[in-house]
Design a protein around this ligand. Structure first.
Ligand code: SF4
Length: 74
């Protein structure tokens, strides 16, 4: 059973750290829309996922980050 997820709302980032494990996608057209994320997160929660780690990219550059965060609440 999956207990933990590590997800990236966006791979876009405004920094260029030399240790970045990229490659990073630079177009928002490749991001999943908020409804897909909310549906997926809900399904994983229902399957018993307890921990969700948000990484990226810079998550705050995702257009719907507040709504995304709201979907993480239990
Ligand atoms: S994704 Fe993380 S490691 Fe990569 S450039 Fe951005 S802040 Fe740095």
């Amino acid at each position: 059973m999956i207990k933990s997820l590590d997800i990236e709302p966006t791979t876009i980032c405004n920094l260029k750290c030399p240790f970045c494990f990229g490659p990073k996608v630079v177009s928002k057209k490749t991001e999943l829309n908020i409804d897909i994320w909310k549906n997926a997160i809900s399904k994983f929660r229902n399957q018993g996922v307890e921990n969700i780690v948000i990484s990226g990219g810079e998550p705050l550059l995702y257009d719907n980050i507040l709504e995304f965060n709201g979907s993480l609440e239990i």
